[in-house]
Design a protein around this ligand. Structure first.
Ligand SMILES: Nc1ncnc2c1ncn2[C@@H]1O[C@H](COP(=O)(O)OP(=O)(O)O)[C@@H](O)[C@H]1O
Ligand SMILES: [Mg+2]
Length: 360
């Protein structure tokens, strides 16, 4: 459905916002571009939509090269963070705007309008002006307006970032439901890792104009290849160490600043000096951990420097020779150690992984 091949974008001032980005999305796929502010997400969307022409590379839709085609000649619609609704038009007029421009017959226009008003639950508000609506309602008008054109591809640029947390969750579900109903391909931009993990079939993690890693949400979360990806998608602990050897079964002995640990990895480390990471929630408390005792594989012990209650879990920040400090998440009901006490825990070898690259 959509194919972006090795796209580079250099702006007039010489700034390279995209450095050889490729992307593939099948019909009905939900693909997310995730990355910090300034990494080139919006630039890439604009290249796909036709608002920007790439310096190098191509964009194809349905097998046709559209790199030099204007936006109106592409099967795409854009849905922005700022809604970009026409303030002097009613909800219904906003939704009908595109089909009217395209001279869609009146019956068909009304049929689409009414179906969309029902789908986004705005029938009762169709004669209001946008400024008489809440943020969530305005966002739904913007969605309906994009879908009124029956696009094959909908491009979302941080559409939920102006909504509060509860509403975000709700609109998130609505967007997925609309997608299933209409069958469009979604290219969705966000800097919110939870949103990316919850909504996507496929995630591209972007950094400084390039794709750092891509894959299914589970893959990106459980097997980040670099410290940037590990850190950006959830919390990650990091140890530096030296590989001492392998036991012939894919278990690597690594000397770290917090003791010797075993890492289960099919992939050999890229160099003798390595970085090992794990997710805080993968740590298992050792028996009698309150007083620092306990035995088992990959036992790590360290003093607690901070205890942060988070509701569904408690996070313990431990004193580590290297910063950032090691942290540990446990269910709050499980355990109640205090600052200054020593915590002992295990990290199963298959939960430790080698990183290929560590950001400076
Ligand atoms: N017209 C432009 N001229 C020069 N630099 C630009 C222009 N538009 C965007 N940039 C720069 O390109 C980088 C990527 O921008 P953008 O794609 O908007 O990032 P994101 O959407 O990921 O926050 C930023 O550093 C931004 O300042
Ligand atoms: Mg942006």
């Amino acid at each position: 459905m959509l194919r972006v091949d090795d796209v580079t974008k250099t702006f007039e001032d010489g700034f390279r916002a995209l450095k050889g980005v490729s992307l593939n999305a099948g019909r009905g796929d939900f693909v997310t571009l995730l990355g910090p502010s300034g990494c080139g997400k919006t630039t890439l969307l604009k290249v796909v939509a036709g608002f920007l022409t790439p310096t190098e590379g191509t964009v194809s839709i349905d097998g046709a090269d559209v790199t030099r085609e204007p936006p109106e000649r592409r099967d795409t619609a854009m849905c922005f963070q700022s809604y970009a609704l026409f303030p002097h038009m009613t909800v219904a007029q906003n939704i009908e705007f595109g089909p009217r421009q395209n001279r869609v017959a009146k019956d068909e226009r009304l049929a689409r309008l009414n179906a969309l008003l029902t789908q986004v639950d705005l029938e009762a508000h169709q004669h209001k002006l946008p400024n008489a609506l809440s943020g969530g309602q305005q966002q739904r008008v913007a969605l309906a307006r994009a879908l009124a054109m029956r696009p094959g591809i909908v491009l979302f640029d941080e559409p939920l970032s102006n909504l509060d947390a509860k509403l975000r969750d709700q609109v998130r579900i609505e967007i997925r439901a609309l997608q299933r109903e209409h069958g469009f391909t979604a290219i969705y931009v966000t800097h919110d890792q939870a949103e990316a993990l919850a909504m996507s079939d496929h995630v591209l993690v972007m950094r400084e104009g390039a794709v750092e890693q891509e894959g299914a949400p589970e893959e990106i979360y459980t097997a980040p290849r670099t410290s940037f990806v590990a850190d950006f998608i959830g919390a990650a602990n990091l140890l530096t160490g030296t590989v001492l050897g392998e036991d012939g079964q894919g278990r690597w002995q690594v000397q770290t600043e917090m003791g010797t640990v075993k890492v289960a990895s099919d992939e050999p480390p890229v160099a003798p000096s390595v970085h090992v990471s794990w997710r805080p929630e993968d740590a298992v408390l050792a028996n009698g951990s309150a007083n620092g005792s306990g035995t088992g594989e990959n036992l790590i012990q360290a003093p607690i420097v901070a205890r942060v209650y988070q509701g569904s879990f408690t996070e313990y920040v431990l004193d580590a020779p290297e910063r950032p400090a090691v942290s540990l998440r446990v269910h709050a009901t499980q355990f109640g150690a205090r600052e200054g006490e020593t915590l002992a825990f295990h990290v199963p070898p298959d939960r430790l992984r080698f990183l290929e690259q560590v950001a400076s």
